[in-house]
Design a protein around this ligand. Structure first.
Ligand SMILES: NC(=O)c1ccc[n+]([C@@H]2O[C@H](COP(=O)([O-])OP(=O)(O)OC[C@H]3O[C@@H](n4cnc5c(N)ncnc54)[C@H](O)[C@@H]3O)[C@@H](O)[C@H]2O)c1
Length: 246
């Protein structure tokens, strides 16, 4: 594995994937809206090369452009990791069609379009795709129906893509994080009148007794991309400190 595209690699889980991959000498192309934050990777002195491009995954042309840019930069493609995601909450009676469509475009359509664009180049290298779902695919929560539906769809998409692309030697898997300490949850904490109390009551429900950190998800992503997972495909693996088991 020498060349991987990380869509959403500017911050959080994607950023941890970029760092972990580059540390082992893998060249990484980051496709993200937030190129300023992605710039932090440019300053890191790591064996794997780094390129970044501004791509809005809500635009259906973006995935193919990002795949082409990765091939231009590194000449081959061994893996695609999609961590970019959006979480737009609101009461069901007021939820806008725009928010629903944007959630589905970024969280479900973009991963599908990455698979479409990358299937050929990945077939040449025996590469794989790793999507980022959520424990929200398996449990409900107030105001999060578009997000939950999108992540449930991603779990189903993973299975069907794995079945179809297995015939050309491309594996497709999904990681499903629980509560991970990243900027993703900042809007949730901002909505709480007592953020410390809210964190306390969440942590109480997690058998591990704490939120996860991004590297605890990226380690699973790196495993799924690599040769140790050569016989693993179509899977959605939960990384939640035991939350769903409690
Ligand atoms: N942090 C958690 O607790 C948690 C829990 C479950 C699932 N997840 C999932 O993990 C994934 C990564 O989240 P994170 O926690 O690392 O959050 P994050 O906010 O740190 O990272 C998300 C990245 O996606 C990028 N992005 C968002 N919209 C984009 C768009 N339209 N085009 C291109 N890039 C875009 C952001 O700029 C950012 O770099 C998401 O899919 C999220 O649903 C996170």
């Amino acid at each position: 594995m020498t060349s991987v595209l990380v869509a959403g690699g500017a911050t959080g889980i994607g950023s941890a994937c970029v760092q972990a991959l580059r540390s082992t000498g893998v060249d990484v192309y980051v496709a993200d809206l937030n190129v300023d934050a992605a710039g932090q990777h440019e300053r890191a002195e790591l064996p794997g090369r780094f390129r970044v491009g501004r791509h809005d995954l809500a635009d259906p042309e973006s995935p193919a452009r990002a795949v082409a840019a990765t091939l231009d930069a590194f000449g081959r493609l061994d893996g695609v990791v999609v961590t970019a995601g959006v979480h737009l909450v609101g009461p069901v009676t007021e939820y806008s069609v725009d928010d629903w469509d944007h959630t589905m475009a970024v969280n479900v359509r973009a991963p599908f379009l990455f698979a479409q664009a990358a299937a050929g180049p990945l077939a040449e290298t025996g590469g794989s795709l790793v999507f980022t779902g959520s424990t929200a695919a398996f449990r409900g929560s107030r105001g999060a129906f578009a997000y939950s539906a999108s992540k449930g769809a991603l779990v189903s998409l993973t299975r069907s893509l794995a079945v179809e692309l297995g015939s050309v030697g491309v594996r497709v898997n999904c990681v499903c994080p629980g509560w991970i300490d990243t900027p993703f949850n900042a809007p949730y904490w901002a909505m709480q009148s007592d953020p410390d109390g809210a964190l306390g009551s969440i942590v109480e429900r997690i058998p591990a007794g704490r939120q996860g950190v991004p590297s605890e998800v990226s380690s699973l992503v790196v495993y799924l991309l690599g040769p140790s997972a050569a016989y693993v495909t179509g899977q959605s693996m939960i990384v939640d400190g035991g939350l769903l088991s409690a």
